[in-house]
Design a protein around this ligand. Sequence first.
Ligand code: ACM
Ligand code: ZN
Length: 750
Amino acid sequence: MKLKRLLLVFNATLLLLSCSESPKSVLIPEPVNMVKHDGRFKIDSNTLIFADSTDSSSTQNAILLVDLLNSKGIGCRFLPTQINSSAKGIIELTKNGCPDSLGNEGYAIDIEHNRITIRANRSAGFFYAIQTLRQLMPANFEKDNFNAGSVALPCLTIVDKPRFSWRGLNLDCCRHFMTKEFVKRYIDLLAYHKMNVLHWHLTEDQGWRIEIKKYPRLTEVGAWRTLPDGTRYGGFYTQDDIREVVAYAAKRHVMVVPEIEMPGHSVAAIASYPWLSCTGDTLQVETNWGVFKDIYCAGSEQTFQFLEDVLFEVADLFPAPYVHIGGDEAPKFRWENCPKCTVRLKNEGLNSYEELQRYFISHIAKFLETKGKTIIGWDEILEGGRPHNATIQAWRGLDRVAVALQANAPVIVSPTSHCYFDYPVEVTSLEKVYGFNPIPKGILPELQPLVIGGECNMWTERAPQETVDSKVFRRLLAISEVLWTYPIERSYPEFLNRVWFHYSRLSAMGVNYGFEKSAIEFKSAIGDKGNSIIVELERGKGNLEVRYTTNGVEPTLNSTLYRRPLELSSTKTIKAAAFNNVARVGEVLERIFVVSKNLDKPIELGFKSSGKYLGGGPNAIVDGRLGTIQYNDGIWQAVQGEDMMVTIDLGSEQLVHGISLGFLQNIPSWIFLPLWIDAFISDDNKTFEQFARLDCPEGAKYESTIIYRFVGKFNNPFKGRYIRFLAHNPGPCPRGTRLQVLLPGSLPMR
Ligand code: ACM
Ligand code: ZN
């Protein structure tokens, strides 16, 4: 339950760096060790590139480098055998002298004025060295049409290797379909930033995206959904497409890990083959977002046969030693009511439906083991005990890492707090991601090696392909550095300086990167006399202008230019946006400021706000800011499981003609409206008399996401100095109840 508002005087100073200064290093991720020297090495048509003739990894990468340089008009040559090592203008790739400590992915580069030496133990190391060289080139080098006779690189020495072996991006190609070309482009972008896993989310309630020869309806039916306007939306990857993408990725040292969701998030499969579910009912491929009660039946042999058949084909298509089997957000409601699932539970001696899920997933894990694969599952799969040999992807919070480690499971860390790139940048800024540490405090050193790395998640419920760049970039830059570079003195301002430099490369690559943080931030404070609100609009980026309206219309280039803080003496809706001199940049931000009798009045809270929803401070309810539909806007206050009591001192006896209290419901995030609100009035803050009860209408209780205002208007005003509100919490929501409350349809979660 969230009660709106909050008072928040923001007085933190914002540190902005001057962009004119070129950063000390221009590399992202920053190498572990780099020393600069004087001078430059010029690559031109006289440059010779050679490798150990007996070693395929250095040879292949030498050819890759030659091809890259020649595609940019620099006509250098590859020599398969070593020539006079004192020759000038040489780039040598060699295993010789590479310390074992650099492992499979590490590398060392020495750029001297007359030669470059690249050392690595394995192909991946040479490949990453080449990515580093690319980042040392001028930004325009990344343009398709870059064509120069030569480029010069600064002399330096780099010794570099990754902190974590698992550096991934999860791309949800189900909620919105991404073309094969787009996926390949992302593989290039990952590799350029030394990321090495593409977690390819291929099956969902809203679409099945991988061709399975034995079950053609999965893509004939399951890959398509019918939108409310009647259009058919969807797409899928043929097995040839998959092979092409996997091979493309392998050349770039990106492992493609398919995710085939089970037992939940499986409506598209059930729509294709209704016998996969407990009820056998015919379903449509989902068009809503959320969590759905129809999941694979755990009591039916047919389900397991189907999944084994599917995974047989999947295992063949993806050489990676892992298959992600999902396992998140699987309500047990159908299983609890299914005779076959209940029999399975009894026959297997299981004590709960969570244990039935463990049984289900262990069965699949053992099958995949026969194909040489280990499973990965989202952290819910630990709830009934760790399934056979499972690696855990911790997403519900950093605290899940310790839970997985207790079960002795390897962990991939990707909490919503830092790694959900579908979240708006207002919520998860670049700085927040840069502050991510995949090894939370308190994890014993001996357990830390089980943390194999981290992943960012690009869920696409609200992100069609053309918007993905702006969500993933800039934040991918931060996570690539978090996962690659050892945490040697990280400084966000220093990183930000490199990011700004890096933008020119992203632009050259055609990446439509978004903002580091909100393009505009609202700050507000109560005016000196306590009857107005001072609103400040802070620019997220120095070279933009902010324009705004107060009449409800969207701001345009012709709207009022923001110059100084606004003083509001009456309730106003401010819509603001950032502009360059030709167009709007980023979203329109909207805030409502309410100037009412309770503004800045002393307030007493009879509840303790829950940690994530402090609303900006204890005075949130009287600061004039109205919460937005975004539950994590920092404006809302919330409590878990308790009633909310608030007493406001109006300062003197007043006539109360009406009251209005805004609450947010966001069922996907388990935030509910109060059942009802009691309102009381008092002269002395001791004896209170009830003067109103405002009920939550039935209709509002079922709205997935709504701001509902509880309003009371009184023809005969009530008199008093203290007003007290008591909002009644609906209390804990047991699984069955919650599902029933939400029927029909969904229990959306994300
Ligand atoms: C998840 O976001 N449900 C893994
Ligand atoms: Zn069943």
